[in-house]
Design a protein around this ligand. Structure first.
Ligand code: HEM
Ligand SMILES: *[C@@H]1O[C@H](CO)[C@@H](O)[C@H](O)[C@H]1NC(C)=O
Ligand SMILES: *[C@@H]1O[C@H](CO)[C@@H](O)[C@H](O)[C@H]1NC(C)=O
Ligand SMILES: *[C@@H]1O[C@H](CO)[C@@H](O)[C@H](O)[C@H]1NC(C)=O
Ligand SMILES: *[C@@H]1O[C@H](CO)[C@@H](O)[C@H](O)[C@H]1NC(C)=O
Length: 529
């Protein structure tokens, strides 16, 4: 008894001392980190927001910022400190620090220096399940991927994007929506996710899906392609956190596992179908660019440009990158137009002036349809699907910028420090955007600061699909608004709310993988012409 008591006591003392020592060590590291950035004002928390625990807890002062801090706070924390760079330093699981940046010149410096400010690839590991890919790579590997996919984002293919998009929208109106006096969509993403998926499927992968056949699970599968992809993107974090042996334990886990397997099967099928088809050569879309780099198995090992796993990895990343981002952008654009009927009418009148005979617009009309592009841009400014772009500093360096009083200050950046391009901080910075909380598409028709608009990131690692999605955006908004009026669905439980309350309710958003509306019910009514 005594022996056991002693050893338990000893154990407790040992564990206790180790914990105290460890905590003390973390505290010293934390202090050292603060000193290394010369105590630049900002957030101080116990949990790092990139740690698992930091993600699970809601924002709590001193404990964690939560995963959504940049979206929730926008420019306010910068305004509060009178400076467009603030720090975020945490001490657990280890002392980590990063700078949040909402200044145009500093951001330009970062995105245009490829070697000095690389991507912190460890923060992207959840995106490598299906294989190495263009998003999660650096240096020569990234260059090789970018070179392979570049031809698929040519001007010629933008035309393909436009045509595929108009086709998909007309197919929606002619089949699903035909004859309806009002179309109710309970949650906007139920409409916008399929639109974005069908466009990338048709224009990127030569895999046209019609609205009717989409609802049917094909032979040999248990989920539709859409459901498999959707579940996978929703459950990436889950799959990352839950060990393989545990994936059979709950219904949710099993569904996630099934979705991952199903998606892999769909992607493999898509590859085999294209490989077996005859007209491979006259197609320059993304899939054929990727396939031809993977292609020729007769090349010697060193010459193979894209391995099988890289092929799948890149197809997957293009589906993810091109799907949710665009769909959520459309959802917010629809909501903003519904909440601002005057702007919606102005957009309609603009379209009618460009297409007085009501013909279907072509890619060549896109420059004239500036109001449609402006609505898309303004939605991306107010609701950037990607809120934070992480970088890191590969060397000891400095940033120089002026504070709110015009005093030039130098920010010290030690090697290894994290850097976060804070997109909402930039997009709501009154230094660059007048009246930033107001929906004003016209601001994009005059002079505007192009460097202060960062929905697609910028520089070397900027979005390769930017023009693709701008084209898709202009086409979707133009075709839709030329035929339908969008409004917010009236629901009895919200009958008593004010305009401001309704606006806050439907525009409520949360950043999961990308920024998404939480619940946005819409109604589409055909225009009488
Ligand atoms: C509104 C829609 C979109 C938004 C807001 C968006 C946003 C972004 C952002 C912020 C990045 C930089 C990410 C980082 O640094 O980690 C990025 C990269 C990328 N995007 Fe997009 N994107 C959109 C649409 C698309 C589409 C349609 C495609 C493909 C068809 C696409 C493919 C990519 C790829 C491959 C990269 C990585 C580029 C590289 O590292 O070289 N995106 N996107
Ligand atoms: C700017 O000047 C005001 C008034 O002198 C001062 O209170 C404030 O702290 C200054 N802001 C910064 C960031 O130095
Ligand atoms: C939308 O929601 C209403 C009420 O909750 C329900 O009756 C209707 O079936 C839903 N429609 C769709 C398409 O899910
Ligand atoms: C910032 O200013 C300091 C002098 O105050 C200078 O040594 C440094 O090179 C400047 N950094 C940049 C990035 O211009
Ligand atoms: C929208 O933003 C893009 C940059 O992403 C720009 O090239 C385009 O000109 C903008 N369109 C309008 C109408 O402002």
């Amino acid at each position: 008894m005594i022996v056991t008591g002693l050893s338990l006591g000893t154990l407790a003392i040992i564990v206790g001392s180790v914990s105290v020592l460890r905590a003390f060590q973390l505290f010293l590291d934390f202090r050292r980190l603060l000193a290394s950035i010369h105590h630049l004002p900002g957030y101080r928390t116990i949990l790092s927001s990139s740690s698992v625990l930091g993600h699970l807890f809601p924002p709590t002062p001193l404990l964690t910022l939560g995963h959504d801090y940049s979206w929730l706070s926008k420019h306010a924390p910068f305004a509060e400190r009178g400076f467009d760079i603030i720090s975020a330093v945490a001490c657990w699981p280890k002392a980590t620090g990063s700078l949040l940046i909402a200044d145009v010149n500093v951001i330009k410096d970062i995105v245009w220096s490829r070697g000095r400010f690389p991507k912190p690839l460890d923060q992207y590991s959840i995106l490598t399940f299906f294989g190495e890919n263009i998003v999660v790579s650096e240096g020569n590997e990234w260059k090789r991927y970018r070179k392979i996919v570049a031809p698929a984002f040519s001007e010629r293919n933008n035309r393909l994007v436009w045509d595929a998009t108009t086709q998909i929208m007309l197919d929606l109106f002619d089949t699903m929506w035909a004859g309806q006096e009002e179309v109710v969509v309970n949650h906007s993403v139920d409409l916008t996710l399929p639109i974005a998926l069908f466009v990338i499927g048709a224009a990127g992968f030569g895999r046209p899906i019609s609205w009717k056949e989409d609802a049917v699970v094909p032979l040999g599968h248990q989920l539709t392609f859409k459901d498999a992809l959707h579940t996978v993107t929703q459950d990436l974090t889950l799959k990352f956190l839950v060990p393989k042996w545990a994936m059979g334990l709950t219904k949710r886990f099993r569904r996630a596992r099934l979705a991952f397997d199903e998606l892999h099967r769909y992607l493999t099928e898509m590859i085999h179908e294209r490989q077996g088809s005859q007209d491979e050569d006259d197609n320059n879309d993304l899939l054929s660019s990727l396939l031809s780099a993977n292609g020729d198995k007769n090349l010697s090992k060193g010459e193979v440009k894209l391995s099988d796993s890289e092929l799948i990895g890149n197809i997957f990343i293009f589906l993810v990158a091109g799907h949710e981002t665009t769909a959520h952008a459309f959802s917010f654009a629809f909501a903003l137009l519904a909440l601002h009927p005057d702007k919606q009418e102005e957009m309609y009148q603009h379209i009618k002036r460009v297409l007085p005979d009501g013909r279907i617009p072509t890619y060549d009309d896109m420059p004239s349809l500036a109001y449609s592009s402006a609505v898309f841009n303004e939605s991306l400014r107010m609701f950037p699907p990607v809120c934070t772009v992480p970088k890191s500093s590969a060397e000891d360096t400095t940033f120089n910028l002026t504070d709110v009083n015009g005093t030039l200050k130098t920010v010290v950046v030690p090697k290894g420090l994290g850097l976060t391009l804070d997109v909402p901080g930039l997009h709501y910075n009154p230094k660059y955007w007048e009246d930033p909380f107001t929906f004003k598409p016209e601001r994009f028709l005059g002079d505007w600061n192009r460097d202060a608009f960062l929905p697609f990131s910028s520089g070397y690692r900027g979005c390769v699909g930017r023009k693709f999605s701008e084209t898709e955006g202009a086409a979707v908004l133009t075709i839709l608004i030329s035929r339908y009026v969008i409004s917010i669905k009236d629901e009895p439980q919200f009958a008593g709310e004010t305009y401001e309350q309704r606006k806050a309710r439907v525009l409520n958003a949360q950043s999961v993988l990308t920024l998404a509306p939480t619940r946005l019910p819409l109604v589409f009514r055909p225009r009488r012409t």
